[in-house]
Design a protein. Structure first.
Lengths: 221, 221
């Protein structure tokens, strides 16, 4: 039974790693669709989101089966519950990439972003994708050290996000209210994505090591 | 063992009901602090949020204990997992009320909202609080019928939220970009709160009846 538990837990971890790749690719494409007003890419992200939802449902079913058949206790139980939480956060990350893609589609062929704020989104997008890819690496390599940089990357996204507000609040913002509304929501989507990525990565460390790394008081909305 | 399971599940449900009341009150106060620029109320919501976090941790511990000691299967297992998800969503609802209160505090003594959009927030706040209170009622009365109106209430919040965007995007919006940014984020906080409330109420129906009501494709970020 212990053997079966570990085989099943490994399969569950593999599926969570695959979900991390899915949502990393979704955010990569969504960011490109946003920066380059690429409608095809936006459509791809939008139609691919159902796959992320399916993957989450499958992870949950695996976790349910594991709980029902193996009735794990103590750390093993917490590990399975961490996997369920991780699957939920990964699905949300997919939803946030979807929101970015929908914004790109809504304004197409106009670009959503005024030129002045494009670099901020390019950078937030890059870090967000990197965070999701690190999650996959933590699982594949079980190298917890690789995940150490996660929090500082997330802090970087928070800094950019905050800076974006000072740009928006500047009395000289010349791009109008509609653009400001888009930028506000998009900034929030990236900030939430990065935050979820950190929480997923931490839960993954728990799934592969059985130990939870120290938790900051991350916003978790 | 079945007896112990049901007693413990009932205690867990009671605690989730208490959390629903906490987050309903938080949103009620946060909305009043927003509408009346009431700093004291805002501070109260901000300092009370730690209690919601504690309540969530306690619910999770109860659920863990239930899983570890009773090893429920089939519907019983899904019920406990539904309770864990519900506790997570309730904590997020508390966070969203906290964000509203922080916005009120940030702009104090200035009002955050231009007069033109105050009625929208008054209404969204009222429905949001009502949704959270319905969740409590579902548990207390086990009256699933009472929860039937949830989805239409949530649709109402979505309608107001959408309408808010048409107000913002109007070329005549005379209140400047900073107010538009605040209104955009606040609108999103209410929309997310209502959405989480519906998902919690549905999970509660599952917790008290063992049956999941039909799920729409609610946004779930």
């Amino acid at each position: 039974m212990r053997e079966a538990y570990h085989v099943e837990l490994e399969q569950l971890a593999d599926n969570l790693a695959a979900m991390s790749v899915q949502v990393a690719e979704a955010m990569e494409r969504a960011t490109r669709s946003l920066l380059e007003a690429d409608l095809g890419l936006a459509e791809q992200v939008i139609s691919d989101d159902a796959k992320v939802d399916d993957a989450r449902a499958q992870c949950e079913e695996q976790a349910y089966a594991l709980l029902a058949l193996q009735a794990p206790v103590a750390t093993d139980l917490r590990t399975v519950l961490a996997a369920i939480h991780a699957a939920e956060s990964l699905e949300r990350m997919g939803d946030l990439a979807l929101h970015v893609a929908k914004a790109a589609r809504r304004r197409h062929p106009e670009p959503v972003l005024p030129d002045a704020v494009r670099p901020y989104f390019a950078e937030m997008g890059e870090i967000a994708v990197k965070l999701a890819r690190q999650t996959e690496q933590v699982i594949k390599t079980k190298d917890v050290e690789a995940a150490k940089t996660l929090e500082s990357d997330d802090d970087e996204v928070d800094d950019i996000h905050r800076h974006l507000f000072t740009v928006l609040m500047d009395r000289e913002w010349p791009h109008g209210v509609a653009a400001a509304v888009d930028v506000t929501l998009l900034g929030r989507f990236y900030e939430r994505y990065a935050d979820h990525a950190v929480s997923v990565a931490k839960r993954m460390i728990f799934v592969v090591t059985g130990k939870m790394p120290g938790y900051g008081s991350n916003e978790d909305v």
